[in-house]
Write a protein that binds this ligand. Structure first.
Ligand code: AP5
Length: 213
C-alpha cells in the first residue's frame, strides 16, 4: 500500500500519518522531517535547506528528489509507505511516478486534506512537539494528558518549529496555493484523488481517511 497525504501547511498530514502508521504498519516518509534531520546533522544538504525552509519557500526539486530516492533505497519500506509533504510540485509528481515505476507499482490513493487559511494559521501557531520522541501536540486541540509531560515517552521538554512564525507561515501558504495545489489535478486525472474535509475533528478526519484506504 502506498498513500500520499497532501494539503496546506498545518492541515493535519503529520497528525493523520502518525495514526495510520500505528494501525497499518506503513512507513511514514515526511520530506519536511527528512530535511529537518539533515539540518540538525549540519550536513551539506541540511545547510543548503535551512535558510530556504526558514523563508517558507520550497527547497529545489532535484535536492528533495535526491533525498527521497536515498531514503527509499535505505529500505524498511517493504510493508508500504505514507508520503507526507511530497510531491509539492508537478515536477516532483512526475519524479515520484518514475521512482515508483522503478519499484513495484504506483501510488494507491492520494488524500488531499482541505482546510481554510485562517484555521491553518491558528493551528500552526499553537503547535509544539516533544523534544525527545517528536510526538505532536497543540495548545488548544491536542494537549498532553498531563500538562508538561509527553503522552508517548514521558519526556518533559517540548519544542516549536522555527518556520512556524506568522511571517513564514504566510509565505508557506502562498507557496502552497501557487506551486502545490495544482498537483491535485494530476492525481484527479489518475482517478486516485480523495478529498477530505480537514476542518472536522482529528478523529473524524481519521475515520474519513481510514474508510477510503
Ligand atoms: P513540512 O514539514 O512538510 O511542513 P508543512 O507541509 O508546512 O506541513 P506541517 O508539518 O506544518 O503541517 P501538517 O499538515 O503535518 O499538520 P500537523 O499534523 O502538524 O515542510 C516544511 C518545509 O520543508 C517546507 O516549507 C519546505 O521548505 C520544505 N519541504 C518539505 N517538503 C518539501 C518538498 N517536497 N519540496 C520542497 N520543499 C519541501 O497539524 C498542525 C497542528 O494542527 C497540530 O498541532 C495538530 O495537533 C493540529 N491539528 C491537526 N489536525 C487537526 C484537526 N482536524 N483539528 C484541529 N487541530 C488539528
Amino acid at each position: 500500500m502506498k498513500i500520499l497525504l497532501m494539503g496546506p501547511p498545518g492541515c493535519g498530514k503529520g497528525t493523520q500519518a502518525e495514526r495510520l502508521v500505528k494501525e497499518l504498519g506503513l512507513t511514514h516518509l515526511a520530506t519536511g522531517d527528512l530535511l529537518r534531520t539533515e539540518v540538525a546533522k549540519g550536513s551539506e544538504i541540511g545547510n543548503k535547506a535551512s535558510e530556504i525552509m526558514k523563508s517558507g519557500a520550497l527547497v529545489p526539486d532535484e535536492l528533495i528528489i535526491q533525498i527521497l530516492r536515498a531514503r527509499l533505497e535505505a529500505g524498511g519500506v517493504e510493508e508500504g509507505i505514507i508520503l507526507d509533504g511530497f510531491p509539492r510540485t508537478v515536477e516532483q509528481a512526475h519524479a515520484l511516478d518514475h521512482l515508483m515505476a522503478e519499484r513495484d507499482g504506483g501510488i494507491d490513493k492520494a488524500f488531499l486534506i482541505d482546510v481554510d487559511d485562517a484555521e491553518l494559521i491558528s493551528r500552526i501557531s499553537g503547535r509544539f512537539s516533544c523534544a525527545s520522541c517528536g510526538a505532536g501536540y497543540h495548545d488548544r486541540f491536542k494537549k498532553p494528558r498531563t500538562e508538561g509531560v509527553c503522552d508517548a515517552c514521558g519526556a518533559t521538554e517540548f519544542v516549536r518549529r522555527p518556520d512556524d512564525n506568522p511571517q513564514t507561515v504566510a509565505e508557506r501558504l502562498k507557496v502552497y496555493h501557487k506551486q502545490t495545489a495544482p498537483i491535485a489535478d494530476f492525481y484527479e486525472k489518475k482517478g486516485i484523488l480523495v478529498r477530505v474535509d480537514g476542518e472536522k475533528s482529528i478523529d473524524d478526519v481519521y475515520v474519513d481517511i481510514r474508510s477510503a484506504v
